[in-house]
Each structure stands twice: as structure tokens, then as C-alpha cells.
Ligand binder design. Structure first.
Ligand code: CA2
Length: 147
């Protein structure tokens, strides 16, 4: 069974509780439930994790060398700042699908730059929570093509 890690970065634990006009009213727990239900339909084994800490996210990316085949990643604001996460992704050589709820290109200038995009296979943004299931589909397609 294909294995996919769905990884969420800083402040995404607040989804549904603050700024619903930007990020919607769905909570992270609800998104994770949707991801699990979708994965079950596809016959994919997924694990969902969230951290507010850059080092912890990096440790989990490293662990995919032993445990996961692909990563769906919403790195939150670390998208725009973290060379360390970019380096971790490059080091583990696992396919990454980058994901954002909002359309980062329609927002402030500082959100237009993504370090993750430099090492991701592709990126989905601006489609809200639907983006997560789309990203799982994309990750699975990439893994199937690798076989
Ligand atoms: O659109 C996305 O998914 C982002 O990755 C979300 C990040 C933002 O820094 C990126 O530029 C785009 C922010 C996540 C913060 O989530 C919150 C949720 C509720 C209340 C406050 C923040």
C-alpha cells in the first residue's frame, strides 16, 4: 500500500477558529478526517501531522526516508522563509506536493516566494480544503508513475 504523509506547519492548528474569511471555517481535525476518508477510498495509507516548530517538521520529513513514500506539505509561513525545510526535502528525495489553502499569489508580496516550490513536484493553492484531496491524488499519481 502506498504511504503518504500529510504535513501541516505553523498556525494551521488554528484553522476554523480564527480568520475564517481567509482560511475558511473548517478545522484541521475536519480536514484530516476528509484526508483519511479520501485515502481509504483510494486504498492509500496516510498519516496526518501538524507542528508549529520548524525542527520538528524537519525531523518528520527526515523520517519519511524509513516510513513514507510521498509528502503532501502545507508548510504555512515557513513556505516563505525556510531554507532548512527546503534542504530537508531535497535531502530525503521523496516527492512532495506543496499545498496552500489560499492563493498565495493574490496575497502580500512576501507570500509570492516559496522555497518549497523549488523542491516540490508541484503546487496546489487557492482551492481551500479541496486542495488536500487533490494533493493526495497528485501524490498517488506521482508514486504510481515511479513504479
Ligand atoms: O494558504 C495557506 O495554506 C498558507 O500556507 C497558510 C499560512 C500562510 O502563512 C501562508 O502564506 C499560506 C498561514 C497559516 C495560518 O493559519 C491560520 C489559521 C487560522 C487562523 C490564523 C492562522
Amino acid at each position: 500500500m502506498k504511504k503518504i504523509l500529510v504535513l501541516n506547519g505553523p498556525n494551521l492548528n488554528l484553522l476554523g477558529m480564527r480568520q475564517p474569511e481567509v482560511y475558511g471555517s473548517t478545522t484541521l481535525a475536519e480536514i484530516e478526517d476528509q484526508c483519511c476518508a479520501h485515502a481509504k477510498q483510494l486504498g492509500v495509507d496516510i498519516q496526518c501531522k501538524q507542528s508549529n516548530h520548524e525542527g520538528e517538521l524537519i525531523d518528520w520529513i527526515h523520517e519519511t526516508r524509513q516510513t513514507r513514500a510521498a509528502i503532501v506539505l502545507n508548510a504555512g509561513a515557513y513556505t516563505h522563509t525556510s531554507i532548512a525545510i527546503m534542504d530537508a526535502i531535497a535531502a530525503v528525495e521523496r516527492p512532495v506536493v506543496e499545498l496552500h489553502l489560499s492563493n498565495i499569489h493574490q496575497r502580500e508580496e512576501f507570500r509570492h516566494t516559496s522555497y518549497i516550490s523549488r523542491v516540490a513536484k508541484g503546487m496546489i493553492c487557492g482551492l481551500g480544503t479541496h486542495g488536500y484531496t487533490l494533493a493526495i491524488d497528485a501524490a498517488l499519481r506521482i508514486l504510481e508513475k515511479e513504479d
